[in-house]
Design a protein around this ligand. Structure first.
Ligand code: SAH
Length: 303
């Protein structure tokens, strides 16, 4: 999964109608604006520390950052922008939208001592998972017929890579202060079951077909993420659904304001709100959790 996704993201921009999948920030500007409003509000209540920086994990095309930072800048945030991104193709797309950003391979090289406002949308789901069957790790074998799993049965998944990044976010927040908002699809409790999936051209595809040519993701185990991120005095909020979170932050008010300004967009805006918040769309499967240092307030939408 690690090797296939590395090749996949290194060689293409997979987002949007012409690609393999569409993410929330690519559906509507309102998604990034809600993230920006939540971060700007949290930063304001933390006393507007001038040293604070914006950090995003896996920023895709940079769309979320552009929409969030527009709101944050309008609220007085002047801090630097730091992107953790391994794909040269997507770094190129991000450069077009945020020319003043700095790029990093991991969180370890972002400037020291600065409080961070971190966002990760659909980042953790792309990180590799392991699968175990009866306590034995499932492997992928190369057979004369192609790639095949070496065993079948009831699957239990875990992800040391995700665990390590969640722990690093917690450690960084404990040391430098700040807040992280993580949005992804997944489940609230650690549970057995197979969630690995492949998507190509907006359709599910067989897992082992075309390695490196289709998007491999697995549900995020938010219980594991929350446990790992709770480093030192860091606090982790409750988990809320994306629909509940966006509604609490006021996506309906924002949609009405945009529709007032551009009545010809009213139908499109209503459809975007439905896609982002609807229970049978992204509203319930996608979930949001925040991690914050002890001195920083709980961000809006999690109370
Ligand atoms: N957040 C964006 C893109 C999601 S796709 C959006 O919501 O539209 C996943 C993103 O994570 C891509 O930018 C991909 O290149 C990046 N990514 C995947 N694995 C990564 C890794 N190990 N380190 C850094 N970035 C990674």
């Amino acid at each position: 999964m690690e090797a296939a996704n590395h090749y996949y993201y290194t060689t293409r921009d997979p987002l949007g109608a012409a690609g393999d999948f569409t993410t929330a920030p690519e559906i509507s500007q309102m998604f990034g604006e809600m993230v920006g409003a939540a971060l700007a509000d949290c930063w304001t209540r933390a006393g507007k520390p001038a040293a604070a920086i914006y950090v995003e994990l896996g920023p895709g095309r940079g769309t979320l950052a552009s929409d969030a930072l527009r709101v944050m800048r309008a609220n007085g945030f002047e801090g630097g922008v730091h992107f953790i991104e391994t794909s040269p193709v997507l770094r190129g797309a991000q450069l077009e939208r945020q020319a003043d950003a700095e790029w990093h391979e991991t969180l370890l090289t972002i400037p020291e001592d600065r409080p961070m406002l971190l966002v990760a949308n659909e980042f953790f789901d792309a990180l590799p998972v392991r699968q175990f069957i009866g306590g034995i790790e499932r492997r992928v074998a190369l057979t004369p017929a192609g790639l095949a799993f070496d065993r079948d049965g009831d699957v239990i998944e875990d992800s040391p890579v995700r665990d390590e990044i969640a722990r690093e976010i917690g450690a960084q927040l404990d040391g430098r202060g700040g807040v992280a908002i993580v949005i992804d699809y997944g489940h609230a409790r650690t549970a057995p079951g197979e969630t690995l999936q492949a998507v190509r051209g907006h359709e599910f595809a067989p897992l082992l077909h075309n390695p490196g040519e289709q998007d491999l993701t697995a549900h995020v185990d938010f219980e594991a993420l929350a446990t790992k991120a709770a480093v030192g005095d860091v606090k982790v909020t409750r988990l809320v659904t994306q629909g509940e979170w966006l509604n609490r932050l006021g996506i309906g008010v924002r949609a009405a304001a945009l529709a007032d300004a551009s009545p010809e967009r009213a139908t499109e805006l209503a459809a975007a709100v439905r896609r982002l918040t609807g229970k049978d769309e992204m509203g319930e499967l996608f979930k949001v959790i925040a991690i914050h240092s002890a001195a920083w307030p709980v961000p809006a939408g999690f109370e």
